[in-house]
Design a protein around this ligand. Structure first.
Ligand code: ZN
Ligand code: CU
Length: 489
């Protein structure tokens, strides 16, 4: 049999964590059809000196709308990412009210769908460059059912929300997500979340959470997440694990110990992290206008600021010094301006040592948490996350071996999020592949110049087709809307 594509003389890092082997890999249609030796092929690529791995999986994204607005997904594809998990932090494109304004501002596309099946159809019609798997978001569901009510749901509202989550899971979602610091999820008590997470747990799907507090009350929030998983009968994914704020740095050691203890006692908890010392998100959600936090204002940088475009890429402290005011005054000025609620900020709140502690944990995956607003100056994690792990934390710092880093970006993620037949270089798997130079692969995106594609990524294959080659996006658009396979986990 003649294969469609042969990648010859490559170093295969297969995604399982096993030691690399040298050889060829054959691809026919959308599958891997040979590993070791490839036989004849219609197209051959010589990968001498290069490493071939399964395509990277970004388990924490806000790409729901970007898949439709920017179907080329250049910022992900150029990193070697072939799949993304959308609907994180409680914000998902589905369910939705047709034509309604997205209350979070994170999706950025007026919906012409009402449920996940409809969103999936819109996504496939857009022919995105990468695959996507969806979570159903708590904030989204709660806004639809309860508006911005700051109270517990009635029994009827709770049943309606649970039905919405269950429908999403039936239509292929891999789980239920929360963002318990955000509007309106922050008004929920633990028992509301348990009830909704149980709709996921019942179907063998995940509970993924941006926990209620990542700073002073990190440990209580971790305990709440573990408890929700226990009561709901759901596996738990702790999103972007961190200890926020200088006085909390180092606490990740203790929160990881709590996760380990829970797992030893029968829980099923895993985590993800992004390799940067700054977070990013909708600024209006982090500040209370009645008492602006001066400590937080000190570490804020503007990413997207429709109200004051010249502020983009600048620290609030620098703008304040220039204007002879306090940083909190700059925050107030922005938040009270028209469109101020659409500001995306970057906040420098994380300790470098904590990133290494996180990455060393065996159940830690990689998720960018990038916010795909390309108009301003986004956090560089949108363009650099995966190459940064391979360059800084594998090659420079030696925190992980290459095989182990690839495992956390591929098989671990696919097994956890229910991607059937993906995440390994093995015969019969879907041909999602990345070919890169392990000696030169590196992120080049910086806070000042964030929209830069990484170095050292040579070739990216999505469902058997070449989507990226030596800096060129081929535009084949072979990404798929994937449905969770519960038996797979
Ligand atoms: Zn989050
Ligand atoms: Cu997020």
């Amino acid at each position: 049999m003649t294969a469609d594509l042969a990648l010859r003389n490559v170093r295969i890092v297969d995604g399982t964590g096993a030691a690399p082997i040298e050889g060829d890999v054959a691809v026919t249609a959308d599958r891997i059809t040979g590993v070791g030796s490839a036989g004849p092929a219609a197209e051959t690529i010589d990968g001498e000196g290069l490493t071939l791995a399964p395509g990277f999986v970004d388990v924490h994204t806000h790409d729901d709308g970007a898949l439709l607005r920017h179907p080329g997904m250049e910022f992900k594809l150029a990193q070697g990412c072939t799949s993304v998990v959308i609907g994180n932090c409680g914000f998902s494109a589905a369910p939705a009210e047709v034509g309604a304004k997205d209350p979070s501002g994170l999706i950025g596309v007026p919906p012409d769908w009402s449920d996940l099946a409809g969103f999936g159809a819109a996504l496939e019609a857009a022919r995105p460059a990468v695959n996507a798997m969806a979570l159903i978001g708590h904030n989204t569901v709660r806004s639809l059912v309860m508006g911005d009510e700051r109270r517990a749901p009635t029994a009827t509202e709770l049943a309606e929300m649970r039905a919405a989550v269950a429908t999403g899971i039936e239509q292929g979602a891999c789980g239920f997500s929360t963002g318990l610091i955000y509007e309106p999820g922050r008004y929920s008590e633990t028992d509301e979340v348990v009830e909704l997470a149980a709709a996921a747990g019942q179907a063998g799907a995940l509970y993924a959470t941006h926990i209620r507090n990542e700073g002073d009350h990190l440990l209580q929030a971790i305990e709440e997440a573990i408890e929700i998983g226990r009561q709901a009968g759901a596996a738990v994914q702790i999103s972007h694990h961190k200890a926020a704020g200088a006085r909390n740095w180092g606490k990740v050691v203790e929160s990881l110990a709590r996760v380990d203890a829970a797992n030893a006692a029968g829980a099923d908890v895993t985590l993800d992290v992004y390799p940067y010392t700054a977070g990013s998100g909708p600024m209006a959600q982090y500040f209370n206008l009645d008492r602006l936090d001066p400590e937080l204002a000190e570490v804020i940088r503007f990413a997207s600021c429709p109200a004051f475009r010249p502020y983009e890429g600048r620290m609030a402290t620098d703008i304040a010094a220039e204007q002879g005011v306090q940083p909190v005054d700059v925050i107030r000025q922005v938040l009270t301006a028209p469109d101020g609620d659409r500001t995306i900020c970057i906040q420098f709140i994380i300790d470098e040592a904590d990133i290494e502690t996180n990455l060393a944990h065996p159940l830690m995956m990689v998720g960018s948490d990038g916010i795909p607003d390309l108009e301003g100056r986004p956090h560089p994690r949108l363009f650099g996350t995966f190459p940064r792990v391979l360059s800084r934390y594998v090659r420079d710092r030696g925190v992980l071996t290459l095989e182990d880093a690839v495992r956390r970006m591929t098989s671990l993620s696919c097994d956890r999020f229910g991607f059937a037949d993906r995440g390994r270089v093995a015969e019969g798997q879907f041909a999602d592949l990345v070919l890169f130079d392990a000696e030169t692969v590196a992120d080049t995106a910086t806070y000042d110049d964030p929209k830069q594609e990484p170095a050292g990524i040579e070739l990216v294959v999505v469902n058997g087709q070449i989507a990226y080659r030596s800096g060129d996006h081929t535009g084949v658009g072979t990404g798929r809307f994937l449905r969770y396979q519960p038996s797979y986990r």
